[in-house]
Each structure stands twice: as C-alpha cells, then as structure tokens.
Write a protein that binds this ligand. Structure first.
Ligand code: FEO
Length: 392
C-alpha cells in the first residue's frame, strides 16, 4: 500500500504482461488495477478491487498492512477487472457491505452472484461518513458501462474515477511521470471504450468539473496529481471540434488498392492535410481508435474479395461504426476485378456515423491515370469540405 494522503492509500496490482483486454483491446503498455483504501476515524472503505488474476496482490497488501476490518467496499463499476475480487473480500471481511448504485448492484448480482443483503445502495450525490472523512458518490453513466459512478473525497479533494480518466499503462510510479505518454494511453482508452458515448461523457465531465479536485485516482494507470491537463484533454476529445486530418485505413492484396492509397495519401499531404494511414494487416486497433478521436474525414481502402469488401476492411468499418467518432466526412477507395458490392457493403457498415459521404474512387484492376486523377479530385473535395468547416 502506498499513501496518497493521510489515511488514503493506493493498492495497485501491476500487470506488466497483459496484452489484450476483453479479448479485443490491445494493451501495448500492460495495465494496472488500482484499488484504494480510505481509513476514516470510524469506518474503513475499500474502493474497488482488482482483476481476479491479481487477487493475491490485493489480499497480500491488506494482510501486510494489518487491515483486519473493512466496513464498506465501494464498487464503481461491475466489470470484473474491478469487481472480480469482491467475493473474496466479502468472505474475508464478513461485516463489509458493498456500496454502489442500484444498477451496479443488479449487475454485480448477475455477474458475481453476490448476496443481496450484502449491499448498501446509494443515490446520485449521496454521502457516506467514515467519521472524519466523507465519501460522496456521483453517477457518471457510460464511462464504460451504464452503471459506472465515481467517488469524491472532499476532505482530500480526490476523485476516484474508475475507468474515467484511466489508462492501460503499467508503470512503477504511482503518479503520472511522463505526461505525453500518459496522454496517449488515456486517449487510447477514451477512444476504445468512451468515445461511443461522447455526449454523455461530456455531461459527466461537466458534473465532476464542478468539484474541487486536486487529484484524480483512476482504477487503471497512474494517478493524475495535475488533473487539469487530463480534464482539458477530455474536454477537447468530447467537443464537436474536428481536426484537419484524414484517417486512411486500408488493406491491399495485389497492390492495386495500395498504389491508390499511396497516391491519395501524397495528394492529401500536398494539400496540407494531416494523414493518419493504417495498413489494416499490421495496425494496432488502438492506434486506429486514437486517430478516430480527432479526424474530420475517414477514408477506407479495400480490394474486392469474394464479391464484397475485404474482411479486414469490413472489420475496420465495423469497429469505426461501433466507436462512433465525430468525423464529418467519409469515402471509400479501392479496386475490383470483375464486379461485386464492396462499396455498398462498407457504406452499409458505417450507418452510425453522421458523415457526408464523398464519391468513392474504385479502379478496375491496376489503377490507371483516370483513377489517379479521380483520387486528386477526391483530395480537392476533402480540402474544400475542411475549409467549409473552418479547419483548413
Ligand atoms: Fe476497467 Fe470497464 O473496466
């Protein structure tokens, strides 16, 4: 256990080796599961637990610190990387109550088969006295799942935020040491799990922004002891502002689509547009997600396979559609041999996006001069659209 403030402790399980979360999200920097212990003059609260794979670290820390009583286990989020060790904590501390909102309670009962009598249900804004320290709970839905909430410890001006403001970043330091790296990891995490709920995250941000916060203690990654920078970053990410950037995600089989993408990429760069180019065969899904946070335009590149889109392009379209980025424009480039419905398939996978679709450029076989000319015209059109909205 490491002390953040008098009688407020971090209990961290660092997972240096984990490389995938939810069997989907790449974790290039590993992760941490952060629980916190708040010792008031009368009651002791544990805030979240850790992933069950690291349960021994949590139990060992509590034992080593001589914690023989826990009165409350605050559960901010039912996902098992934070809740999964609650059953063993309840078994070890038989008088402990799980403190959470009604929705999270219901999900914890479903996921962990907890006994209903072990719960203390709290409302939005409700406080819980630990004696000389008071916890206040705020519902912040969709900072991953619909039940998520945060806790504010007014005496120490700490916000315990769970996934909100978190990052999958394994590091030995308790606090953010490398701000650009922490920024990148936090942006990746926002893009992967919170971006689809941008408008709700914005409201949550306004809600917690009214609190006096000196420290944000998330349940993944380092603690923000300069919370201003991460709150400002979130404000930018959830805003309607897009940047003069094109995400160009493609796959190519026999170089036709690749030649088009390379030409198109150069044409955009020549027009002063930032290009984020991703070969979907090798790209890290998280890097693509990060790029989708800011880009004004998304362009997918695909050959035609078995009469439709290449499955890797379809996967990228499916992911982009699920993440609901704030892009304003989209298009498709690619190639075909004898026909097919590649464009219709990809466009049909992007229905969640509120974008203006710009005319696609599709070559038959190897691209010819007229195809390259059409790509130049698409680049012109993107520049014109970016100028129209005042970003170029
Ligand atoms: Fe870290 Fe949504 O759990």
């Amino acid at each position: 256990m490491q002390e953040l403030k008098p009688n407020v402790y971090s209990i961290r399980a660092i997972d240096w080796d984990r490389r995938l979360f939810d069997e989907l999200i790449p974790l290039p920097e590993g992760t941490t599961y952060n629980a916190y212990l708040v010792e008031g003059s009368e009651k002791i609260a544990l805030l979240d637990t850790v992933d069950p794979t690291k349960m021994d670290i949590l139990l060992g820390s509590l034992t080593a610190s001589g914690i023989d009583r826990i009165d409350y286990v605050v559960s901010h989020h039912a996902e098992q990387d934070h809740s999964g060790s609650i059953p063993v904590i309840l078994a070890r501390y038989p008088n402990a109550k799980v403190v959470t909102n009604a929705r999270c309670k219901s999900m914890l009962i479903d996921l962990l088969h907890l006994d209903e009598e072990r719960f203390l249900t709290v409302q939005d804004g409700q406080t819980l006295s630990l004696g000389n320290k008071t916890l206040q709970f705020f519902e912040t839905p969709w900072v991953h799942w619909p039940e998520t909430m945060v806790t504010y410890l007014a005496q120490d001006k700490i916000l315990f935020s769970c996934d909100f403001f978190g990052s999958h970043l394994a590091a030995s330091g308790l606090y953010v040491e490398d701000e650009p790296m922490a920024f990148e990891s936090a942006k990746r995490y926002y893009a992967e799990i919170m971006m689809p709920f941008r408008s709700i995250i914005k409201k949550n941000l306004e809600k917690v922004g009214k609190l006096q916060i000196e420290m944000i203690a998330p349940s993944h990654g380092p603690i923000h002891d300069r919370p201003g920078y991460i709150m400002d970053a979130y404000r930018d990410w959830v805003s309607d502002n897009v940047k003069n950037e094109v995400v160009l995600a493609y796959v190519s089989m026999h170089e036709s689509t690749k030649k088009m993408v390379e030409h198109f990429s150069k044409a955009l760069i020549q027009r002063g547009i930032v290009v984020r180019q991703f070969n979907l065969v090798v790209t890290d899904l998280g890097r693509l997600a990060i790029a989708l946070v800011d880009a004004a335009t998304i362009v997918l590149g695909s050959p035609t396979v078995l009469t439709g889109a290449h499955p890797k392009a379809a996967y990228a379209a499916f992911v982009a559609n699920a993440l609901r980025p704030k892009a304003r424009f989209a298009s498709i480039v690619g190639s075909f041999g004898w026909g097919g419905k590649m464009v219709e398939q990809l466009a049909g996978l992007l229905t969640n996006l509120k974008v203006e679709v710009l005319p696609p450029v599709i070559a038959k076989g190897q691209p010819k001069d007229e195809d390259f000319l059409a790509l130049d015209m698409l680049a012109d059109q993107i520049l014109a659209k970016h100028r129209e909205i005042g970003i170029a």
